[in-house]
Write a protein that binds this ligand. Structure first.
Ligand code: HEC
Ligand code: HEC
Length: 216
């Protein structure tokens, strides 16, 4: 009986051991060919943006259906340029793009642009939504906020190559970007968005971000 038990233990150890040692030394063997864009998306990006670019984490942007040129530009903007800090400051994304080539950035743009958008869940506050809707389509003459629709399109689908799609994006992400444009942390927009948000009050930022999440 004891021998049988020992044999089972031994067999288990022999079976498990290769996996344990692989775990301890988790550097995979160097790949023969550079990874394809599908492999990069699945292996590096999916954990935060979803396998098809439909992030379900509200602080991580949905990429599915976004304009390809815009995605490519953002990926290159996250990259540090020699001594120069990146145009768009995000420690997380800077680490992600460090190893990407320009060609990777282009292909990733096309890959996500071709995915089907699954919009964010519609948030609830009717009054905020109404305020956001008015601001989005008509701007605010009093504090001279321009209509978002003028550059991002009446349904928020964006205008390539320069103006990104906003429709269905997570409210939290949009809200956060407006804040980053406002405090200058994000400065890769030639000052265009910085000027827009400098005129908006906090309630307008919240309202328009909620409304954008409901755009289809
Ligand atoms: C650890 C989580 C994480 C991983 C992994 C990750 N991202 Fe991101 N990504 C983020 C966050 C957070 C932001 C928002 C950054 C900010 O604050 O501006 C972002 C922003 C972006 C943006 C800007 C989108 C926009 O609408 O402006 C793009 C494009 C992007 N990521 C692509 C990628 C790609 C491609 C990969 C894989 C190579 C990747 N990300 C991997 C978390 C991640
Ligand atoms: C004059 C044109 C213009 C107007 C008006 C404008 N935008 Fe933009 N917006 C841009 C440009 C250009 C960018 C892309 C900057 C870049 O390349 O990173 C942008 C980017 C953004 C982003 C970042 C998207 C992302 O995925 O990270 C948000 C959010 C945004 N705009 C919201 C708004 C809102 C809300 C309004 C209205 C209050 C508005 N914009 C009005 C030109 C405009």
């Amino acid at each position: 009986m004891k021998t049988i038990k020992n044999m089972v233990v031994l067999a288990t150890l022999v079976f498990v051991a290769p996996f344990v040692s692989a775990d301890e030394d988790d550097a995979p063997p160097a790949p023969a060919a550079p990874p394809s864009v599908e492999e990069i998306a699945a292996g590096v990006c999916a954990g935060c943006h979803g396998a098809d670019g439909n992030s379900i984490i509200p602080m991580n942007p949905i990429l599915a259906g976004q304009k390809a040129e815009y995605i490519t530009k953002q990926l290159l903007d996250f990259k540090a340029n020699g001594e120069q800090p990146p145009h768009r400051n995000s420690p997380v994304m800077s680490a992600m793009v460090a190893a990407l080539t320009q060609e990777d950035a282009q292909k990733l743009g096309e890959y996500y642009a071709n995915q089907k958008l699954v919009p964010s869940q519609i948030p609830g506050d009717e009054n905020l939504l109404e305020m956001g809707k008015i601001l989005y389509h008509g701007g605010n003459i009093e504090n001279q906020v321009p209509a978002c629709a003028g550059c991002h399109g009446p349904t928020g689908t964006g205008i390539p190559p320069r103006y990104p799609a906003l429709a269905g994006q997570h409210q939290e992400y949009t809200m956060n970007q407006l804040g980053l444009f406002n405090n200058g942390e994000r400065g890769n927009d030639n000052g265009v968005m910085q000027k827009v948000v400098s005129r908006m009050n906090p309630q307008e930022k919240r309202a328009v971000s909620e409304y954008i999440a409901t755009l289809r």
